[in-house]
Design a protein. Structure first.
Length: 321
């Protein structure tokens, strides 16, 4: 699809970061994005409550197309993204992770796709870049554990409930209209929570039932996956916290909206995965363990939310005096 420069939307690339430990990856992410922005675009780097990192970036960044901001909201990825949203002037906000490198031509693809007014948000292709190679037992169905594509995603051009956060693009005005991302969800530091993108997708369609959220594999990134994320410990912890996040999400939206994709994923993708791994016991075990940990997290999160609601509804002794 080709469009004229005048009909193409302006883009604001937002890269959120929080730690010096990813310095080299962050610099690569910024440099790769700068190679694709044009004179109508902008690039915002939002630092999540880390003044030394912000000062280091201020010394390093000399390109006038880059604006450096501190997270103006509470700590965490949701607050950092909302800070970028509030400062952005572009028609479309392109969110990239600080450890993801955008691949060639990706922003041109977004300009072309967003020329269609029916498209509200786009999820890109997130290719894993394992620093030490993917573990032999790691199932393709659980790529989301490391923030990457997974078996079960729709094909290119297919409808999505929500994008993967490492490579997503959303029209600025609809995102602002729903209040951006919920501070009750999302990763804070290294704590492996999530689901803020899911709530975003649900809220966009509530606001506009015709909002198009689609997958575009031409908008692609290479997402670094460090060795520590290829362990059973990280795998089980991430699955459990995803379940807890889903419970919070269900409380903020509805259980039906929160789990619509998960039901199909569990019934179709995971069951077929077990058949695929019938000769690979370790991978088959990972499918079972991953599902069990996610379910346990959801149950624990639901019980915690129920307890909090009951406590809030029960009068304190002082209130009865």
């Amino acid at each position: 699809m080709s469009v004229s420069t005048t009909s193409a939307p302006s883009l604001c690339v937002v890269i959120c970061c929080y730690t010096d430990d990813r310095w080299d990856l962050l610099v690569r992410s910024i440099e790769a994005a700068l190679q694709q922005v044009n004179e109508r675009d902008e690039l915002l780097v939002v630092v999540d409550h880390n003044p030394p990192l912000r000062e280091r970036l201020a010394r390093h960044l000399s390109d006038p197309r880059v604006r450096l901001l501190g997270n103006a909201e509470g700590p965490g990825l949701s607050g950092a993204r909302n800070t970028g949203l509030g400062a952005a002037a572009g028609d479309v906000i392109v969110f990239l992770d600080d450890d993801a490198v955008i691949l060639g031509g990706a922003l041109a693809v977004l300009r072309a796709r967003f020329a269609d007014p029916a498209v509200t948000a786009i999820g890109g292709a997130v290719h894993p870049d394992w620093t030490t190679g993917a573990p032999d037992w790691f199932p393709a169905e659980f790529g989301w554990v490391v923030g990457c594509d997974y078996r079960g995603l729709p094909g290119d051009g297919g409808a999505l409930r929500n994008p993967i956060g490492a490579a997503m693009a959303v029209r600025r005005d609809p995102l602002a209209a729903i209040g951006g991302f919920s501070a009750q969800l999302g990763r804070t530091g290294t704590f492996p929570a999530g689901c803020e993108e899911t709530l975003m997708g649900i809220a966009l369609r509530r606001e506009d039932p015709q909002a198009g959220i689609v997958r575009e594999t031409g908008f692609a990134v290479r997402h670094c996956v460090p060795a520590e994320r290829g362990t059973w410990r990280y795998f089980t912890r991430r699955c459990y916290q995803e379940g807890r996040s889903k419970a919070v999400l269900a409380g903020l939206s509805s259980t039906g909206e929160a789990l619509s994709s998960e039901r199909a994923y569990s019934l179709r993708v995971l069951t077929s995965g077990l058949w695929r791994y019938r000769t690979h016991p370790a991978a088959a075990a990972a499918v079972v363990v991953g599902f069990a940990c996610t379910a346990a997290g959801f149950i624990a999160g639901t019980l915690t939310s129920l307890h909090h609601r009951q406590s809030a509804a029960t009068p304190h002794r002082e209130d009865l005096k």
